[in-house]
Design a protein around this ligand. Structure first.
Ligand code: NAI
Length: 342
């Protein structure tokens, strides 16, 4: 019933000039830092650090339009901490999040126990809730910040072993936690979510939950059950939510999604038979689901900002940073190509 998945290494495609050997050496360097506490401690001294306050990232906005996460050197952070009366030992809590193209290790650190306004003043930045920050940042920088927040959150909520109830200890990189009492190693967790843009060949299907802002419609999504394949999860979710049977699936791309907690979004295009498009919406999951024509989608993609209170009702779509937006744009492109080929 299902076509084989089409694998698009889209992340790599966007950087065609990247030197393969330097990419390989960076990946191996990060892997070594995860395994070698001493090497990681040394890398922190020369690394860059992104600050968070109760999981909100520190952003800078030099020209009132362009936001970027503020990156500090280790000594900058030490100065800020000392100025605010801290002995600097918190630096050990920094978590490794990656390595820049310039081979500099990148870390994140939550300074939630310090006064927020004082850190902001000392560091010339602003802590902004990730729900807002994620969409203010350029698409290339948002994933680093969301990864940092996800790892910090995981450490804050994984301090005890589920088997022994004893405190767990982290390695220096923060890539795992260990319980010496039960000998259990814990790794950061993500929940797999299948997201599908369903089409009947000429229209696409979008739905909205009651919690969505007014007028927002998105692709159908659902958490994968234990033991399920991606294909099984997609077929089940679409059957449950709108009562349709999927005929074929093609894989598009994936994304780490930080809301409300860490999800691993797997995005696909799904096709249903044009002869069986009658919807039976499960209103316990969705407030509404409906078929949209190419014209309606093109118009909705042109909406640049959510409607304000008092504005006339309007359909709008998830922002560019969301995988659902990418699926919708891909569908529009496919439709244009097939129209052009007719
Ligand atoms: N990045 C993107 O483009 C999109 C992201 N999403 C995200 O996908 C996720 C899933 O979407 P929906 O199912 O529509 O959301 P939902 O948040 O309404 O979840 C539906 C139900 O799944 C269960 N659930 C919650 N967390 C779970 C977990 N970790 N594991 C297993 N079951 C869980 C709960 O019973 C919940 O009521 C949401 O976090 C949503 O933000 C959804 C659509 C597009």
């Amino acid at each position: 019933m299902l076509r084989p998945l089409r694998l698009l290494l889209s992340g790599l495609k966007t950087q065609p000039s990247r030197c393969c050997s330097s990419f390989v050496s960076r990946m191996r360097y990060v892997n070594r830092l995860k395994e070698d506490d001493e090497a990681c401690a040394a890398a922190l001294k020369d690394g860059s650090i992104f600050l968070f306050h109760h999981l909100s990232p520190l952003l800078r906005c030099p020209d009132a339009r362009t936001f970027s996460p503020a990156a500090f050197t280790c000594s900058d952070v030490q100065l800020v901490l000392q100025r605010l009366g801290s002995d600097g030992s918190q630096l050990k809590e920094a978590v490794l999040i990656g390595c820049s193209e310039q081979n500099q290790a990148q870390f994140c650190l939550d300074v939630g126990e310090l006064d927020q306004a004082a850190v902001e003043e000392a560091s010339q930045g602003t802590f902004i809730d990730l729900r807002k920050a994620f969409f203010l940042l350029p698409a290339a920088e948002a994933p680093l910040v969301s990864k940092g927040q996800a790892l910090l959150r995981w450490h804050q909520t994984s301090r005890f072993c589920g088997a022994s109830g004893q405190p767990t200890q982290r390695n220096r990189a923060g890539s795992q936690r260990f319980c010496s009492s039960s000998s259990t190693v814990y790794y950061p967790k993500m929940s797999a979510v299948a997201v599908a843009l369903v089409s009947d060949g000429s229209r696409c299907l979008l739905g909205r939950q009651p919690s969505f802002p007014r007028g927002l419609y998105s692709a159908l999504a659902g958490f994968c059950d234990m033991g399920e394949t991606l294909e099984e999860a997609l077929c089940r979710e679409v059957a449950e939510e709108v009562g349709l049977e999927i005929q074929s699936i093609s894989y598009s791309s994936s994304q780490h999604w930080p809301f409300p907690h860490s999800s691993f979004m797997l995005g696909c295009h799904a096709l249903v038979s044009p002869a069986h498009t009658q919807l039976s919406v499960d209103n316990s999951e969705l407030e509404d689901a409906r078929w949209f024509t190419m014209d309606e989608i093109t118009r909705a993609l042109q909406v640049k900002a959510p409607p304000r209170r008092g504005d006339p009702p309007i359909i709008w779509l998830p922002p560019k940073h969301a995988l659902a937006n990418r699926l919708i744009r891909e569908w529009v492109e496919q439709q244009r190509q097939s129209e052009g080929g007719e």
